[in-house]
Design a protein around this ligand. Structure first.
Ligand code: C2E
Ligand code: CA
Ligand code: CA
Ligand code: CA
Length: 275
């Protein structure tokens, strides 16, 4: 009815207002925050399903604000992007992630997320190159994750940034693959080393024929392009069974582990080999 649709519209707009108020509040607190103290990095293992052991860890930001409590990165990263604060966050997070990874076995890789604004200026990218060069980690052990959407924001600029990172030796993972609208010719023009299939294609893959087809073709595509392929958001053993049948090997998701603090990372390392 008309009345129903009007009240639904009001509900929507009041929710929208709440979201704007929330973002404004987050922005205000974030500007004043002691980022070095309040930001932490958690690590989620990326597991080779054949061995059940980690081959890499994705660094994921955690913010505990004395004012707001715990705030999800899905909320504060977009706010930081819009407020022009993301480069400051990235510096703190990347330094913490690298310091943790310095303690890991040599073969273990670190995956780190970059935002649109991290790669949208040459000063931004130079700063990231500087932080990586200053760490004791071989850049070849680092993968930088860039979403398909961030890559398409300013394609030429993103391409230049990615080329610089590749020159230093870093790998480049296309994050949330399949959710953006890049064309194959654009993908081919980027020196990618890895793609990450978004979790929206994986949930209930054991019951949804459409998802099954999409993941199958994305796996084939990555193989044909010579890229590694990480499958995100695997929660159930039924999903894992389907993915293994399709040839998916690199798995990230709650089935193996949620993101964990630095102190818990070691339990996912392979057993040390006897010399
Ligand atoms: P993302 O890069 O796609 O990271 C994966 C997200 O999926 C993480 O959420 C992770 O905790 C969650 N996840 C992993 N496995 C599962 C699963 O099996 N089921 C479900 N339901 N979720 C799973 P998180 O940590 O809340 O981060 C959300 C987003 O915030 C990230 O999505 C990324 O876009 C952004 N983000 C997080 N940390 C950083 C950072 O340091 N820098 C930047 N630029 N963005 C970050
Ligand atoms: Ca990511
Ligand atoms: Ca992702
Ligand atoms: Ca995502």
């Amino acid at each position: 009815s008309k009345r129903e649709s009007r009240s639904r519209a009001m509900l929507f707009s009041s929710r929208h207002v709440l979201q704007i108020e929330q973002s404004t509040r987050i922005e205000r607190v974030l500007r004043e925050a002691d980022l070095t103290r309040e930001l932490a990095v958690y690590f989620q293992p990326i597991v080779d399903s054949r061995t059940g052991k980690a081959v890499a860890f994705e660094a994921l930001a955690r913010w505990t604000s004395p004012v707001l409590g715990r705030v999800s990165p899905a909320l504060f990263i977009p706010v930081a992007e819009r407020a022009g604060l993301v480069q400051k966050l990235t510096r703190v997070l990347l330094e913490k992630a690298l310091a943790a990874a310095e303690q890991w076995p040599d073969e273990m890789r670190l995956s780190f997320n970059l935002s649109t604004h991290d790669i949208s200026s040459s000063e931004g990218i130079v700063r990231i190159l500087g932080i990586i060069s200053a760490s004791a980690i071989d850049p070849k052990r680092i993968d930088l994750e860039i979403t398909e959407t961030a890559m398409m924001y300013d394609f030429d600029q993103a391409k230049a940034a990615v080329e610089l990172l590749r020159q230093l030796g870093c790998g480049i993972a296309l994050d949330d693959f399949g959710t953006g609208f890049s064309s194959l010719s654009q993908l081919h023009a980027l020196p990618l080393t890895k793609i990450k299939i978004d979790r929206s294609f994986v949930s209930c893959i054991d019951k949804t024929p459409a998802s099954h087809k999409i993941v199958k073709s994305l796996l084939t595509l990555s193989r044909d392009m010579g890229l590694d392929c990480v499958i995100e958001g695997v929660e159930k053993k039924e999903e894992l069974a389907v993915l293994e049948k399709l040839g998916g090997r690199l798995i990230q998701g709650y089935f193996y582990a949620p993101p964990v603090p630095e102190a818990e990372v070691a339990r996912f390392f392979p057993e040390p080999r006897l010399k």
